[in-house]
Write a new protein. Sequence first.
Length: 350
Amino acid sequence: MRIAYVLGGMAAVAALLAGCGGGGADGAAPESVAVTSDARPEKRPHVPCPVPSKRLDVTLDGRAGAENIGMLMAERKGYFGDVGLNVLTLVPATPELAADYVAAGADDIGITTQPQAVYTRAIGEPIVAIGSVISKPTAAMIWLKGSGIRDISDLEGKVIATPGGSYQEGFLEQVLAKEGLTLDDVEVPFLGYEVVKKLLDGEVDAIFGGSPNLQGEALEAQGAKPVVTPVRELGIPTYDELVIVARSKCVAQHPAMYRHFMTAVRRGTKAAVEDPRAALQVIEEDIEADPEASRKQTEAQLKATLPLLSEGGEMDLARASDLIAWMHGAEMIEREPSVDRLFTNDYLAP
């Protein structure tokens, strides 16, 4: 069990995460808590770096599912063991907290979005991204056909849910501004794993930060007709949707261990792409997968996600630099972290 601390003002709420916590697949979490955009786990100062051959705790970007299948396949098929690593994958209390868990020393490695990595480093947390999981943005604005929403301008007065990433409100602000709207013109709750459920129940009007291959497929599997607009069509620059992050000092101390880790992940990703049936079985048998997902939903999400996976793991550093500059120009971050210190492809074996 993991205890994640969700901070709101002076209060701290403990969110208990059991094995059926969630992420990309989406559905109601058994024990859900509201989170704020500055939700952060408790700091654990002076945490030592993991020792090679000892256990590595790895936080996924959400529930065990299609988007992190390379990690899951590597764990299930023993690829981590083949390179001398003992890896345990975990799910965060709410989506997008993986970078915070790593920065706080609660976990050793995390899968997070590239914008979240930028945000986390920009506020002073010494993390580094060592590889790509999904190499292009999959985030989108999603509403339902028949909702009366035709374009972004129709969102005035509406409720737009996000999974809760620290940067997502800033991205949404930029999207709304192009239609003359501000965040004051909408309501933006952070709903974690419940965004699809709330949209289907009519409690929110749209989702921002969901993706067609995950939330879009989840909606279609439940008979809904989602209207999906990718963020790249809404003025957001391109970026790596998911990257693998670790603490900078630990990567510097044990470079071979992180190189071995990336080798196993790349091998797991390749195995998933080559054998989708085996990949589906791995997800269905994982106790951390979405308990509400049907086989049809899981299969559809996997089919839509496999072509998006970064088999080589390489990040486009020029594109990452453009993202940092754009986030700084949009005043989402106060300072621009060095792209060379935040992103590196040096741990990808040939």
